[in-house]
Every structure is written in C-alpha cells, then in structure tokens.
Design a protein around this ligand. Structure first.
Ligand code: DOR
Ligand code: ZN
Length: 343
C-alpha cells in the first residue's frame, strides 16, 4: 500500500549550526519542503541581520540539488524593540518571533523575564502580522515540572490572547489537554504545533522501570490522558493543530549523562512516525491537512505543489547518526517503522 500527500512542512525545527547542522539538515529536507527554524543558537538569533546570515548558512549546508526553504525566526529578549520587528517583517525571510521564558529550556538564558514589558513590541507584531511563537511554560522553581504548561496558560496566555486578539500566536509543542482546550476555545488567532514524541509516548516511556534520556524533552512528556487528548486534536482535522516536530538534536554524551539535556531527535523519520500515529488512530485521511495544509494556511504561505509518497514497508531506524564530532541518537533508534519514504 502507498499513500501520496502534498509535501509536508515542519513548523518547528532545531537545526543547530556548523558541522552539527550539516549532519542533520538533509533529514529534514528529504521529507519537508519548508521549516520554521528555531533561533536558540549560541548566541541566539536576535536580529534580522543574524537571521539572514543563519539562513544563508543553512542553504549552503544543503546537499547539492536539494530544495528546502528555511523560514527564519527571531529570538525575543527583554531588549527586542519595534524597529527590529519592522525590519524583520520587511526582510520577507523572518516568519515569526520566538518567546522563550528565560530559563525554560535549552539555550533560553537570554529569554524573556517579563512578558508585560514587551507589550509595545507585541503591539507592533500585531500591526505587522508577524506571528508570536510561544514556549509556554513557567519557570518558577516551586511549580512542578509537569504543571508548567498548564500554569503558563492561566498566568500568561489568557491575558495575551485577550490583549492581542489579532496577533497570530502559535502555542508550540502542546503537551496537555488544557493546552488543547485553550486553543479550541480561543477567540483569537491561536494555533498549536504537535510533536511526534508527545503523540507517540507518555511519561511512562521515559520513566517506567528505567530512565530513558532520549525521551526527555521540554515541555516534558505528560501522562496518558494528555497523550490521548493530543492524538484526538491532531487527527480531528481541526486546522488550528498542525505538524511541528521540535526535532532537537544533541550529541549522545550530553543526553546520556548525569545532567542530560532536553530534546528528541526525530527529523530522520518524522513523517513516517506521524503516518503511523494517524493510521493507528484510524485517521490516515487527516494526515495531509495536519502535515501539509494547516500550517501554511496559518502562516499565510502557499501550500506546496510537490508531493511525497509513503509506502507500507517496514524498515528499522538506525541506532545513531554522525553529528559533527559526535553521534546523535534518534528517538526511534532501532525501532521498526511501518511506513517508508519512497524516493
Ligand atoms: O526539548 C527541547 N529541546 N525543548 C526545547 O524547547 C528546546 C529544544 C532544544 O533546543 O534542544
Ligand atoms: Zn523547540
């Protein structure tokens, strides 16, 4: 059996830089036409000028004859101003601004410490129709790590969507039923990305019987009832939910250690994994909307003209890939997948 769908896009991707980037970018380009590229480099991509240069480095690292369009983002800091928003919009290559609460995740130290102070910048983004992409977790040490997304909704998102009803907002990598409900009930222009790992797994995969660091990402995997709410949202055909892998490669030794970092690498098999999830949910007919239409429509970009074909033919995901001087372990390492991408 084969299915052909419009070539998908990845609306949330970490490509890193230099040798690391060169090692992983082809995985995304084989599957996706475009990707929203996250700006959490060291140092972060805070200006349009930096985004233009980063985009150029991505294009230069693509294998010959490979077409892939990186859609760039700016990293919001306390110092971002409206002028920068206007040049970002005018550049035509910046498609969103990423809000990381300071300390929420990998390379977020330079993130936002007080969202309220950035309201004038958000005004400008609303006027310019430049989407706000949100890592929606509070960082307070007294808030349980499993509650950080839910608390962010109550403390910040409700007020944000009320204050900026016309600002396109992406609630990135939603992980809870509360997040799904928030997006569904929102009156504003709010959508959400959903990752492979949050659809495939719940926290048991990461913690039951042993600690499995390659399942550790942020926001962290939640309990099964949340996983079921995400599967329901992704496969419902609701255009406010679309594909964003959050594929986030890290060197093996930085994940398999006493203080392992957050991020799951899925770019090597992402659309295959989503296809498996949609098939298991009896909703393979909803895969194309989720993967190839809804994100483009939300960002006001044309849908892709080319297509990809997936064939029902089991294959086994490699145990690792070269990653600069290191190795990266994919989320699905050693797993037999049902769908294979046909060249
Ligand atoms: O697990 C994650 N990894 N979550 C993020 O928000 C960032 C990402 C990364 O950059 O590694
Ligand atoms: Zn991310």
């Amino acid at each position: 059996m084969k299915i052909t769908i419009t070539r998908p896009d990845d609306w949330h991707l970490h490509l890193r830089d230099d040798d690391a980037m060169a090692a992983v970018v082809a995985h995304s380009a084989e599957r996706f036409a475009r990707a929203i590229v996250m700006p959490n480099l060291k140092p972060p991509v805070t200006t349009t000028e930096m985004a233009i240069a980063y985009r150029q480095r991505i294009l230069s690292s693509l294998p010959a004859d490979t077409r892939f369009e990186p859609l760039m983002t700016l990293y919001m800091t306390d110092l971002l101003d409206s002028e920068e928003i206007i040049s970002a919009k005018q550049s035509g290559i910046v498609k969103g601004v990423k809000l990381y609460p300071a300390g929420a995740t990998t390379n977020s130290d330079a993130g936002v410490t007080d969202i309220q102070k950035l309201y004038p910048v958000l005004e400008t983004m609303q006027r310019e129709t430049l989407p706000l992409l949100i890592h929606a977790e509070v960082t307070d040490s007294d808030v349980d790590v499993f509650d950080r997304e839910r608390v962010f909704i109550d403390r910040h998102l409700v007020a944000l969507s009320r204050s900026f009803p016309e600002l396109p907002m992406v609630f990135e990598h939603v992980t809870t039923k509360e997040a799904v409900d928030f997006v569904r009930e929102s009156q504003g222009r709010t959508a959400a990305t959903i990752t492979v790992q949050h659809l495939m797994y719940n926290r048991n995969a990461m913690l039951a019987g042993a600690i499995r660091p390659h399942f550790f990402c942020l926001p962290i995997l939640k309990r099964n009832s949340h996983q079921q709410a995400l599967i329901e949202a992704a496969t419902s055909g609701d255009p406010r939910f679309f594909l964003g892998t959050d594929s986030a490669p890290h060197p093996q030794h930085t994940k398999e250690c006493a203080s392992g970092c957050a991020g799951c690498y899925t770019a090597d098999s992402a659309i295959e994994l989503y296809a498996e999830i949609f098939e298991q949910a009896g909703s393979l007919d909803k895969l194309e909307g989720f993967s190839s239409f809804f994100g483009a429509d939300f960002y006001g970009l044309p849908r892709n003209k080319s297509s990809i074909t997936l064939e029902k033919q089991p294959w086994v995901v490699p145990q690792s890939y070269p990653f600069g001087k290191d190795q990266v372990i994919p989320l699905a390492a050693g797993k037999q997948l049902q769908w294979r991408l046909v060249d």
